[in-house]
Every structure is written in structure tokens, then in C-alpha cells.
Write a protein that binds this ligand. Structure first.
Ligand code: IVH
Length: 673
């Protein structure tokens, strides 16, 4: 359906569902840094919603996502500050014709400044009396998070501005970015650390800017370009003159700026950068057009969300038509079966694409694609190629047979199940399906679980194929010769692997529980469960009620745990792990046992902790005879200091010479061994 044809269906329902969808997409984009819609999909849905709302003013709603910008405000980890001037977004289009139209409607002979549209996140820098005092994110457009400590890690951002021409208050706006090179380095590091990868530099920059540790921010290497100046009595009467002043004052202003006098000038700028931008060190996703003269800007004014004096042209994602040769199915480590498009190889943004995920059954059905179709492959800012549609005259258009997903697991032949409410088909044969068995082993040896050095994915696959590993317990029966005789593995790596296996017997109970790979039992949840159930023997008999009374454990997780212990095969694995010497119980005494070890002590808690919550620490202090206090004074005995302790408390602690005690030191203190 064309975007702007008015559907005959229920437009009110469509408006409501678009609003819901766009709100959720905003949340995922700005808060979770894990977008699910591509920019293009988002923009198209937004344009459709704007169209429908214009068609039906009677259904207007001031809470609609068309009426406000998405919010990136975090969970109050930063000081929130009201913007002096609201931070708006820009109207955008993918159509050159609309750009021509926009230019045509401007007053005659106005100059238009063309700039690159940097694809990072916007930042507002406040210079008060010449000194950089605040750096605010866009937030909800009206107030933002003050991330100045992180911005100060960017060397090109001036700490102060000097000269008579600057008024007491100057605001500069720009974009914070993570250059391609640093983005790739960061993702390589995250891969090694088994952390989820960032989908693109924008998400990586956004995640980085919201970190609490400026040292880590500095290591990642953000950069910044400034493109807008605000304030009273600023020098210059045009936008370009102001940017020039900013550049002279040492601000990082891009060179890729052109003052255009005609729509043809604008178009040539757009076409030039559409290819040239690929050589830039940072991500760009379009061109911004701005009316140069500031008085004309004022006359044109603003809508609720965007200035009328500026617009963005967005570059189309690169796309190609190619043949969908075959749909194959991949079984993941958790048993999820994913359809994969096997394509006739095609060149796209410098790489050859021959496979692309089709996500799940619904995705394939929505696209209406079948083997033998010619399909569109796109590569946008998301980096990973995707299939976005099929050619108009596809051979399967006339086919009456609907697409159907496979019904049995391609790896083990077990009938697949589709969990209600989930999009995925899953192979339920957790303990007998090869990729799932290997997946469990890979998880078991991973760094945050048993941390068995040297036993990587490939070695596991090799040993599995040779019949030396059938399940995680087999790892403890491996012999030096078994490993050493493998291709690419000599005596030295074999000895190394065995040493790693031996060392893993010391891994504490909560990590062993995580390593077992019970569905949905992550690192933190395992820690909490292990604290409540101090051994596998007590956990085995835990009821759903007991389990759900633990923080973070919902009914689904509880059920997964109970089911885990109902499976004979798991029980036999557990017996063998215990026999091998793996820790199946906590060797830590109950940390919260009462004592008078803190009698007469006044303790201040500050920061974030990993082993107990703040409230738990308060209780532990009292149980051990101590007193809690909210503020640091001369009477404070010590500060129980977690991560990211507040700067004020830190300063007072220094002033009064109060000792900082880490979480581990504290637990040691009340549990002397
Ligand atoms: S001007 C009131 N110029 O794009 C106008 N924005 O989609 C303020 N952006 O929020 C924005 N490059 O984060 C402007 N050269 C540029 C830009 C730019 C990137 C971002 C900015 C803005 C978003 C709108």
C-alpha cells in the first residue's frame, strides 16, 4: 500500500496502533539502545501517522509521538537539567522531490546552508562566563541528563572560550559520535568479553555517553561535531557566520558545509556526499538544510516538534535485488529455529552478501517471500544486511500455497513447538539436539560461568564430533591424550585446557548454577538464587512459591528451575559434576549472621553494590550492632563505598579523613575467616 493512500479499514485503530508502536520504538531506541525498527521503517510509520492525524484532526492527542521527541532520559543516574531552549528534532524526507518542494516554498533568494547529518546523539554544551559548565543530552526535549564528566573526555571540546565577542551565556549544539574505528574496536572487545554487540556506532555512542565511569568513556574514544549556536547577543547575523566564529574559537565544526544559492547547489551537495561520506571516519545518515539568515529563520518559526527553517534529507539505504535461492533453518544454542535466506551473492556497501536472517515465521509471511523470488537486500546504518521486500513481478505471486515453516528440527528430527506469545519455533530436545548440547557446553565453559581457559567453541565442536563430549559433565573426564591427539592441539594446549578444567572446580556455587544453563537463569538471578538456596540439594526441592519469593525470579523462571530438576538426564549430569569435585554448595558462611562486630560504629552507605542491595547492607549493619547514617560527618566510623559513590560524599570523606571500605572488605570485616 502506498504510504499516503487512505485505507478503507479502521483508521482510528491504525492511529492507535501506530502511536503504540512508535512509542515502543522510541523507548527501545533512546533508552535500551537496541532498536528493532530500522530508521527507514520508523520514519515511514511516523509519516503515515502524521498523514492520518492530519486527515482526522478530531482524533488528535497531545501525547501522540508526532507531538513530542523521543526521550533518552535515564534512570536518574545523572543530574537532570531543564533546557534553556527546547531541543527539537528535524523534519525529514527520503525524497529529493520533497527537498525541491521545501526549497521552492521558502522566500525567494534565501541562502540555504547544507551540512552533513551526523548519526550520533545530540548534545547541548553550556558556556557560562566563558567556561563549559554543562553538557546536556536531548532527554525528552525539555530537560536532559547532564553528562559533562563524559563530555570532558572528548579532547576536541573546548573547556573555555575567550574573547569579547562572547556573551555570558552561549549554548552550542552538536552531535556526539563514536568513530567507526573505535566502534569496531569496542565490539571486538565486547565479543571477547561475551557481551552483546552494539548494532551500530549510534547505539554504541549512546550507551557510552550514559556510562557512569568517565575513564571507560575516555577509553572508548568519543568525538563531537558542533552545528548550531544559541544565545542572546551572539556574533553574526547568519547561521554560517556563527559557525565560522565557533570554528575560529576552536570548536570542532565540520568542513563539509556549503552556503547554497539555488536548489541545484543543494542537489549537487547531496549527490556529492551520498558517495563521499563513506570515506568519513564517522557515521552520517543524510544532509541537513538550514535557512542561513537568522531573521528569516525567526520569521519561519517552529512547529511543536521541528523548526520550519530546517529539514533533513536522509540517504536511502543501499539496496539490491537478488535471487532468494533457498530458505534454510538454523538451530541456535537455545533451541530457537531461525529461517535464513541463502542468496545469490550480491555486492552491497563494499561487502558481498549471501546470507541474511529472516528472523521468524511471521517475518517471512509478512514479506510474502518464497524460494525462487527476487528479493531486496538492504544495508543501512544497522550494518547487518536485511531483506526488506520482494520484486513486484515475483514468480511465486500466483502460487496458492502459503509459506509454511518446517515442523521438525533439522538437526535432531524432534517436532518443533511454538510457545504461545512468542514468535519463535523451538526444538524442545534440550539434552539431545547437537547444537543445543554444544551450546550448553560453550555456555558452561564461558568466562562468566566456569571460565575454562582454552576450551573454545571450535575445540568443543571437535571433541563433540569425535564422541569425546556428550554433555557438560564429560568435560571432567577428558584425558590429556584425548585432547592432544586432536588436529591443531598439541600437548601444550591440552595441558593448558586440563589446568583450566581443574581450576574450574574452585568456581563458587552461584557461578556453577549460572553455568548449568537453566533457561532464563542469568548471572545475577543465579547469584540471588544461590544466596537463598545454599546448595544444589536444597535447590532441587525448592517449590515455585519459594523460588518466586526471591527478587527477580518470576513464575516462568521458577517453572524452568523446577522442570530442570524433573529431567533425569540433568540429575545424572549433576551427580557426575559433584563427583568430579565441582562446587555444588556455598562455602561462604551466612554473611548476615548477627554479631556485635560493629558495636559503636556509625556507617554511611554510598554507591551501588553487587553482592547485596543497599537495604540489605543497612540490615546487616544493624544486625552486627552498628548504626546507619545518611550523611558523612566527623563521627562517621567508615563509609561502605560501592561503585560510583557520590562526589559530595567522597569530598567530605576526604575532608574529615573518613576511611572508605569496599564491599568485599566490609563482608570480610563482619565475617572474619
Ligand atoms: S540542526 C533545531 N544539524 O539530527 C535544529 N542537526 O533528526 C537542530 N543532527 O536532533 C538540529 N547533524 O541530533 C542539525 N548538521 C546537523 C545535524 C543535526 C545531525 C541530528 C541532531 C538532531 C537530529 C534530527
Amino acid at each position: 500500500m502506498d504510504l499516503f493512500t487512505s485505507a478503507t479499514g479502521n483508521e482510528y485503530d491504525e492511529i492507535l496502533s501506530l502511536r503504540r508502536e512508535l512509542e515502543e520504538a522510541n523507548r527501545l531506541y533512546y533508552i535500551a539502545n537496541a532498536p528493532t525498527l530500522s530508521d527507514r521503517e520508523f520514519d515511514e510509520k511516523m509519516h503515515r501517522l502524521i498523514f492520518l492525524e492530519n486527515l482526522h484532526p478530531e482524533w488528535a492527542d497531545s501525547n501522540s509521538p508526532t507531538q513530542h521527541v523521543g526521550s533518552d532520559l535515564g534512570k536518574k543516574n545523572f543530574e537532570q537539567v531543564n533546557h534553556k531552549y527546547p531541543m527539537l528534532s528535524l523534519g525529514n524526507t527520503y525524497s529529493e522531490a520533497e527537498i525541491r518542494d521545501w526549497v521552492r516554498k521558502l522566500p525567494e533568494n534565501v541562502e540555504i546552508v547544507c551540512e552533513l547529518k551526523y548519526d550520533g546523539l545530540s548534545i547541548s554544551l553550556w558556556y557560562e562566563h566563558g567556561v563549559l559548565t554543562k553538557a546536556l543530552t536531548r532527554g525528552d526535549g525539555l530537560k536532559g541528563d547532564n553528562v559533562i564528566r563524559n563530555i570532558l573526555t572528548i579532547p576536541s571540546v573546548p573547556r573555555r572560550i575567550e574573547g569579547e565577542q562572547w556573551p555570558d551565556f552561549v549554548e552550542l549544539r552538536g552531535e556526539v559520535l563514536l568513530p567507526w574505528e573505535n566502534f569496531e574496536r569496542l565490539n571486538r572487545q565486547r565479543e571477547a568479553d561475551e557481551e552483546p554487540l552494539f548494532a551500530n556506532p549510534r547505539n554504541a555512542a549512546s550507551g557510552t555517553l550514559k556510562l557512569q565511569d568517565p575513564n571507560e568513556v575516555a577509553r572508548r574514544g568519543l568525538t563531537c561535531y558542533l552545528y548550531y549556536m544559541l544565545g542572546d547577543n551572539l556574533p553574526g547575523t547568519t547561521h554560517s557566520a556563527r559557525l565560522e566564529e565557533a570554528r575560529k574559537a576552536g570548536f570542532p565544526v565540520s568542513d563539509a558545509i556549503r552556503v547554497c544559492h539555488s536548489v541545484e547547489d543543494v542537489m549537487s551537495f547531496i549527490h556529492y556526499w551520498d558517495t563521499e561520506r563513506k570515506l568519513l571516519p564517522v557515521a552520517t545518515d543524510g544532509i541537513v538544510l538550514k535557512v542561513n539568515d537568522l531573521t528569516t529563520q525567526q520569521q519561519l518559526g517552529y512547529t511543536a516538534k521541528t523548526p520550519r527553517w530546517a529539514i533533513a534529507y536522509k540517504f536511502p539505504a543501499e539496496k539490491q535485488l537478488t535471487l532468494l535461492r533457498k530458505i534454510t533453518y538454523q538451530v541456535g544454542r537455545t533451541g530457537v529455529v531461525t529461517p535464513v535466506a541463502n542468496l545469490e551473492p550480491v555486492q552491497l556497501s563494499g561487502t558481498v552478501v549471501q546470507r541474511a536472517t529472516l528472523h521468524n515465521e511471521d517475518f517471512v509471511r509478512q514479506l510474502g517471500i518464497r524460494e525462487g523470488d527476487r528479493v531486496w537486500v538492504e544495508k543501512g546504518g544497522e550494518i547487518i544486511p536485511k531483506i526488506t521486500g520482494k520484486a513486484e513481478d515475483s514468480p511465486t505471486d500466483a502460487s496458492p500455497v502459503p509459506y509454511s515453516f518446517i515442523s521438525v528440527c533439522p538437526e535432531c528430527g524432534t517436532p518443533l513447538v511454538r510457545v504461545p506469545g512468542e514468535a519463535a519455533w523451538r526444538c524442545p530436545n534440550e539434552t539431545g539436539c547437537p547444537p543445543q548440547i554444544q551450546g550448553k557446553m560453550i555456555h558452561f565453559v564461558s568466562r562468566k560461568a566456569m571460565n575454562i581457559d582454552g576450551l573454545g567453541d571450535e575445540t568443543i565442536a571437535l571433541l563433540y564430533e569425535q564422541g569425546l563430549l556428550h554433555d557438560i559433565a564429560d568435560i571432567y573426564s577428558l584425558k590429556l591424550a584425548d585432547i592432544a591427539q586432536q588436529e591443531r592441539l598439541g600437548d601444550k594446549s591440552a595441558a593448558n585446557i586440563l589446568a583450566g578444567i581443574e581450576a574450574s572446580k574452585k568456581v563458587p556455587w552461584h557461578r556453577v548454577l549460572f553455568a548449568l544453563g537453566i533457561r532464563m537463569v542469568g548471572e545475577t538471578t543465579a547469584r540471588k538464587i544461590a544466596k537463598r538456596f545454599l546448595s544444589i540439594d536444597t535447590l532441587q526441592w525448592a517449590t515455585i512459591e519459594q523460588l518466586t519469593s526471591i527478587e527477580d525470579v518470576g513464575p516462568q523462571i521458577a517453572e524452568n528451575i523446577v522442570n530442570y530438576f524433573l529431567d533425569e538426564r540433568n540429575l545424572s549430569i549433576l551427580v557426575r559434576l559433584r563427583e568430579a569435585g565441582v562446587q555444588m554448595e556455598s562455602d561462604q558462611p551466612d554473611e548476615t549472621a548477627a554479631s556485635d562486630l560493629l558495636a559503636g560504629k556509625t556507617v554511611v552507605i554510598s554507591g551501588v553494590f553487587s553482592r547485596h542491595s543497599r537495604d540489605e547492607y543497612k540490615a546487616i549493619i544493624e544486625q552486627n550492632g552498628g548504626k546507619n547514617s545518611g550523611s558523612v560527618s566527623r563521627k562517621t566510623s567508615f563509609i561502605l563505598a560501592g561503585e560510583n559513590m557520590g562526589p559530595e560524599k567522597r569530598k567530605k570523606a576526604e575532608d574529615f579523613g573518613v576511611r572508605l571500605v569496599t564491599e568485599d572488605e566490609f563482608l570480610e570485616m563482619i565475617n572474619p575467616s
